[in-house]
Design a protein around this ligand. Sequence first.
Ligand code: AMP
Length: 492
Amino acid sequence: MEQHVRKRLSFLTSFWNKLWPNTVSADKPSQGYFDPAPVALRPDLEPDPVLPSSSLFSALYDFRARSAEELSVSRGDKLCVLKEEGEYVLARRLSGEATLGYIPANYVARISEETSHQLWYFSGVGRNEAQQLLLSPPNQHGSFLIRDSESSRGEYSLSVRNHDKVSHFRICKGPDGGLYIQKGQTFPNMEELLTFYTVNWKVVQSPLLQPCIPKTPPVRDGWERPRSEFTLGRKLGEGYFGEVWEGLWKNMVPVAIKIIKQADMKAEDFTKEIQNLKRLKHERLIQLHAVCSVGEPLYIVTELMRKGNLQNYLSSLEGRALSTLHLISIACQVADGMTYLEEQHIVHRDLAARNILVGDNLTCKIADFGLARLLKDDIYSTSGSTKIPVKWTAPEVANYRTYSLKSDVWSYGILLYEVFTHGQTPYEGMTNQETIQQIIMGYRLPRPSTCPPEIYIIMLECWKGNTEERPTFLALREKLCSIYRRVHNSLS
Ligand code: AMP
């Protein structure tokens, strides 16, 4: 009963909380497929013992965090704003799980008086605007709002939608401060008035089913940040696209900053590709935090993976000590991330251990997805360039440059070889040209002595000459994860 009433009449939350004070709603975020170990990048601030009322805010709209530093909120959430920083505020959620993060400043409003933080109260909205709002989707029959009365200062009006028309009712204030629509039916506050008319709705012509949903303001492209927000620390490495530095965002959050050599970029493609990066979000993909694309050099800011790239990691002291189970775990994580890219129809084009990054607890994430296509054509051409990753490349790519998810599957097979040889270079002792020739003639890498035969069978499937016969990433993930579970269970 309680759950039903709370769900149906959620705008009366504070009333229900008084009635059933001990209920806590726990909406847990869904877990990923493969046991995730999220990297905590949020600034860790102590809770304030006493919150000044001036720092109490309410979320005006739903907001979905786009990076680990941002905070997802639902409309009506109570927040404590710790800092105002330009177009963002750093806020702690006061209801539910107390978490901290950035929200666009135009998504929150200071809570000043009793009514102002209620979902049904629309400050500064007149009769016509109320009408327009209530009649536009997603509002529907039974949507309502309370606004300030235009004709009588200090008083309110109730606007309620009845199918395709909106009715307005003056809410008068009695000499003792009580509120009423009909004389003789006075309430000490708005919430009680609304509760009454929710039940006795005939007077207001339509049931009060849900508070009006406001128009969400456009979120500015929050990914674009001024370069001054970032400080460079030490250089982590260098790739096709430029140097990568460890750095700090706002002197607080550790990040990796890729400084792009724009000379190697097709400028018009860059914007399109960055749009791709912004919309991709998966725990097995490196998370984009920000871009600085105004002026030069161009920064791509991502989460920091402390153990660097998988290729170097595998051959390090720590990497060489990894067990077969650990190696299968790495293979599963990469297959999981690639399954997501497969679902999104994104071809990586440069899948290799050097483009997998390793964090704490052997967390592996795919990097540089989609960036390969940004290279100028001549760098990717097969004629004489040393930059094409021939040994990871499917024969149809080497010959015809036809990239597809199936050519990524071929590269994944080579990545498995790297993993199970602890970072050995494939086709050692062979030149790129020899490799292509041998592959076309049917040669395949032999099974590494440390590689379980069933994993080698998977590699061979990835290297089928006919692209149609190669497995999907989904199938690879299922197979590898079931091997992982079996080996794990046999050890415990
Ligand atoms: P890339 O240009 O992406 O190939 O990066 C060059 C090198 O920089 C990689 O091989 C890594 O060693 C390092 N690197 C790149 N991105 C990150 C990151 N997010 N965290 C830690 N190291 C990174």
